[in-house]
Design a protein around this ligand. Sequence first.
Ligand SMILES: O=P(O)(O)OC[C@H]1O[C@H](OP(=O)(O)OP(=O)(O)O)[C@H](O)[C@@H]1O
Ligand SMILES: O=c1cc[nH]c(=O)[nH]1
Length: 197
Amino acid sequence: MSEITEEIKSKPKPKLREKGRLMSSSEIERTLVRLAHEIVEKNNGSANVGLVGIKRRGVPLAQRLGALISKIEKQPVDIGTLDISFYRDDLSTAGTRPIVTPGAIGFDVTGRDIVLMDDVLYTGRTIRAALDALFDHGRPKSVQLLVLIDRGHRELPIQATFTGRTIPTSKREIIEVKLNEVDGQEQVILVELVDPA
Ligand SMILES: O=P(O)(O)OC[C@H]1O[C@H](OP(=O)(O)OP(=O)(O)O)[C@H](O)[C@@H]1O
Ligand SMILES: O=c1cc[nH]c(=O)[nH]1
């Protein structure tokens, strides 16, 4: 275990209060169907498209969208993975440091129209790290960004090409995306940090 991983694991978990459900399983499913059609429309098909999911929940999103696009276009789509852990000192503040784990994406990104995928877009730091990592692997023709939820509070000039839902939040709130493949359940919920008594 690296020094940084050890530090992450030893941090006490903040107390969170659930404020409500933002998306159900069927709403997530319908949203992904719409996003698959948007990707195909923008790229005039899928022949040059490659999907890259950011771990953890960007990966099942890329797999599901890949299956949907293959069904629409009747041809397979390349699907790859980027492993970016996110070191967070405190969920309510800045002071964050994304860590890219070296490893193959899974296909050659050079010359391709890459759609990067993640569950939540917040400060934009994870995507910035993902872009750096992507260009370490090759030179795509274009890079588009898909997120299931854009919650605002950007700290970098990054915006999504395809967005499932835009949900304005306060900095004390957290969007929790739950996907079957990672969490054994399927929903998007809004939670709030509770001050320690
Ligand atoms: O725009 P940003 O400020 O970078 O935040 C967005 C990132 O935060 C979340 O990852 P998290 O660190 O919670 O890890 P996880 O997905 O493995 O739970 C989310 O999955 C995004 O990758
Ligand atoms: O609210 C947030 C912010 C970053 N990452 C998440 O998963 N949720």
